[in-house]
Write a protein that binds this ligand. Structure first.
Ligand SMILES: [Zn+2]
Length: 255
């Protein structure tokens, strides 16, 4: 019995984590909700019924162990080596986050989906637009977006990916509603418009631009207050931009 428990536990540990944790994804969903046009809000209520964007934001991670959705596994991320562009990089034959975002938007714009298909496309879009703003979801190749980089976060043995997707956020002890309120505080329309006019490749290049900061680890691989001090403003901006841009995409489709 003990051995089985141990085996199950070690299998769980070896699954690489993908994307923001629940607080990050829900924050993005809530920020987006606050930037939707009236028309888009109405349309989303017809499609998602009682579920908010924050609630559906984790659907892709919740379904990861569902064999019916196994083909979606590589759609949360993309690898682009240092010094290369997406066009120059080797493409994943199973698809990637960039291809998937573009396809989901095209399908939603075509207006040919059934209500059920439309619902699933929106759930996926909320999640993947969030993921691609997580800098380690645009991986530099070879280390599974930091999953293979072992570090210590205060006392815990963990990896760099987990530090960025949830450990730092969780350490701040915000609920997602508190975090959304904390980051989405300005009414500067020109910034909002600028962010919403950037296309997917800009989102990706921004995510890549943080590699020096992310990989600048102390010799002993101990991540504490000093590292978090630099990382936290980046994380807040990525969540904010992801939410504002998600709203921009949905307003373009439905507004
Ligand atoms: Zn994900």
């Amino acid at each position: 019995m003990r051995i089985i428990a141990l085996l199950v536990f070690s299998t769980l540990l070896s699954i690489p984590s993908f994307g923001w944790g629940p607080i990050g994804h829900r924050t993005i969903g809530l920020v987006a909700q606050q930037h939707l046009s009236k028309k888009t809000k109405r349309k989303l209520r017809e499609i998602l019924k009682h579920e908010s964007l924050a609630v559906v934001s984790m659907w892709m991670d919740e379904e990861r162990s569902n064999p019916n959705y196994k083909h979606m596994e590589d759609w949360h991320w993309v690898d682009i080596p240092d010094g290369k562009t997406y066009a120059e990089s080797e493409k994943n034959p199973n698809g990637d986050a960039i291809q998937t975002i573009n396809r989901l938007i095209d399908e939603l714009e075509s207006g040919t989906l059934s209500l059920e298909e439309e619902k699933i496309n929106i759930k996926m879009l909320v999640h993947i637009i969030g993921d691609i703003h997580m800098p380690l979801h645009v991986g530099k190749t070879g280390d599974q977006g930091g999953n293979k980089v072992k570090v210590r976060f205060f006392g815990d043995e963990t990896n760099l990916h987990t530090v960025w997707d949830s450990k730092i956020i969780d350490s701040k002890k915000f609920s997602y509603t508190e975090l959304a309120a904390a980051i989405d505080h300005f009414d500067d329309e020109s910034t909002i418009e600028k962010w919403q006019s950037d296309d997917v490749m800009v989102w990706v290049e921004e995510s890549m631009s943080y590699r020096d900061l992310i990989y600048d680890l102390p010799e002993d691989k101990y991540i504490g207050y000093y590292y978090i001090y630099d990382a936290w403003p980046v994380i807040q901006e990525r969540l904010h931009k992801a939410g504002v841009r998600l709203a921009g995409v949905l307003n373009k489709i439905y507004g």
